[in-house]
Structure formats: C-alpha cells, structure tokens
Design a protein around this ligand. Sequence first.
Ligand SMILES: NC(=O)c1ccc[n+]([C@@H]2O[C@H](COP(=O)([O-])OP(=O)(O)OC[C@H]3O[C@@H](n4cnc5c(N)ncnc54)[C@H](O)[C@@H]3O)[C@@H](O)[C@H]2O)c1
Length: 309
Amino acid sequence: MARKKQQIAVLGAGLMGHGIALTLARAGQYVAITDPVEETRNTVVARMRQSMQALGDDEFVIAKALKMIEIFETTGVAVQKADVVFEAAPEKLALKQQIFSEVEAHAPDHCVLASNTSVMPITQIMANLRLKNRAVGTHWWNPPHMIPLVEVVSTEWTDPEVAKAMFDLLEDAGKTPVMVKKDVPGFIGNRLQHALWREAISLVENDICDAEAVDTVIKSSFGRRLSVLGPLENADLVGTDLTLDIHENVLNDLESRKGPSPYLKKLVEDGRLGMKSGEGFRTWTDAEAQDVRDRVARHLQRLDKILID
Ligand SMILES: NC(=O)c1ccc[n+]([C@@H]2O[C@H](COP(=O)([O-])OP(=O)(O)OC[C@H]3O[C@@H](n4cnc5c(N)ncnc54)[C@H](O)[C@@H]3O)[C@@H](O)[C@H]2O)c1
C-alpha cells in the first residue's frame, strides 16, 4: 500500500494526531483528520503550520502539505474512504475500543487499523474487531514529526502483509519504522526507557546521588553516543566477554523490584508532580521548565541535520 497514494484518517487532532497527520501529508498522502472538540479542530491547521515551521519548511512546502489535509467533525465521515486509520485519541481503553467499533462500521474492509497507544496492549484495544487481521499498533514518539522512530506492533492475529505494508508506508513518509513481533507492554522503546528510569530513581531513593547527578551522568556520558550507537552495537564494540564480566559484577546490585518505586509514589502523593507543579525530583521555575522544552526542541532540530551527514 505504501508505494502509492493512500487515503489516511487520523482520529484525534491533539499533540500526536496533528504531528502524525502533517508527517503523512508532507509525504504526499491524503489525510482526513477528526476530533470531537471544536476548538481543537479550529486550531489544528495553525498548530500543523507551526510544527512544519519548526521543521524548517518554507511556505511552499507548508501550503502543499496543508492542501492534502481535510478536517472532519465525525469519525464516521473521516474514515469512509480510508485505506489506513491512525487512532491518536486519549489513553483510555474503553474509549479506544469504542472508536474502533465505530471505525469498523464506516471504514472499508481493506482499511488497516492502527492505534497509537503509549503502553496499552493492542490486543486489548482491538479485541472486539470483526476483522482482527488488519489491526496493528503504531507507536509514534513525541513530537511525532521530529522523532524518527515508529514501532509497528503485531498482535497474534495481525496479517504479516498488513504489518509490512504499514512499515513501508511509514518508511516512505521518512520515518524509521521497527517491527515489534509480540504485543508486549511498553513495546521496545518504553521497556528500555523505563528500565533506565527505574535504576535512575533507585539511585536517588538509596541516596547514592541526587537527581541532578543522575541526569548529568547520562547527558555527559553514554547519552552523548546513544543516537549513533545502540547498546547491543556497543556490547559488540567492547566485546561480549567484557559485557559478561561487567554483568557478573553489577547486575546483582541493580534495582529489580516489580512495581513502581515507593519514592515515586510519595512524590505523587505529595503533589510533587514535576514541572507542572514546580517540583518533582527537582525544583523548577516556569522559566527553567520552558528552557528545558526549548533546549529539547533545538537539540532535535540540530540533531536531525547532523545525523543526515
Ligand atoms: N504525548 C505523548 O508523548 C505520546 C507519545 C506516544 C503515544 N501517545 C499516545 O497517543 C495518544 C494521543 O495522545 P496525545 O498526547 O496526542 O493526547 P492529546 O490529549 O493531545 O490528544 C488527544 C485528542 O483526541 C481527541 N479525542 C477525544 N475523544 C476522541 C474520539 N472519540 N475520537 C477522536 N478523537 C478524540 C481529544 O479531543 C484530543 O484532541 C494516546 O493514546 C497517548 O498515550 C502519546
């Protein structure tokens, strides 16, 4: 399906939906986007324009992409001619299930159905579908128009041809898709990310260092090379024998509790919710929080250019 023009429907025009829509429209696909909130529909074009400007697009490219996008009030109409649906609605199981039953009632039978859930099993979201072989997960990362990765998640019912076609569509749109062969919680990226976060929290909880030290260690050491050297490439680089020696010594001492850290639970109970409340692991003024957001955006833009070389 990816090698020709597709009719795409994006359900939800929030943070993720607007970025998914503009990514596919920039790649020349027809995109129908819908959201039940009028204000969100009214602002989505301006938000897409702003995101494309952040990508460095000129007015010609922006106008060309926006021409490919149509906004609809209801899901039923938005999916009527869809070849592929991307659902980017709030992270609530019952809502997502209800959305997909509505999609099945209105979309053609050949239409591929994808959910952008962060961590919920695709198998649960799609459990009530009539044609389950066309269900996949597509886990985009925020901001979806800037982060290359999309995890393409297969359920036990997913037709391999459907997963492959989704992979091709995303690759043609300039993304870096990766196949996830089993529908496990957190897929690949969030499992890896939160294994790191679990140890990071444990270091603070056990008073080995403060939160700033954790962040500094990562940003000033292996974080520097992570964009160009994955952990398994790195293991091969240093040698699997050295990796084994390190693991014999250190793994036994790493955090391995099953549930969330009591330290994290206490932060939440105390209302220390991070930047939005001014304090989490660290304290933040509004200006400092904005500075972090700006720093990440600037870094992603620069990285994109550097890594192309
Ligand atoms: N924000 C992230 O960093 C991130 C990253 C990866 C995946 N996700 C996942 O993507 C999905 C969307 O997240 P978001 O951050 O864009 O949320 P968001 O709140 O910014 O956007 C969700 C949009 O869905 C709309 N909506 C509500 N009911 C709907 C319905 N019945 N049909 C269509 N749209 C509906 C809302 O009005 C809202 O505009 C969630 O499942 C989330 O877990 C988010």
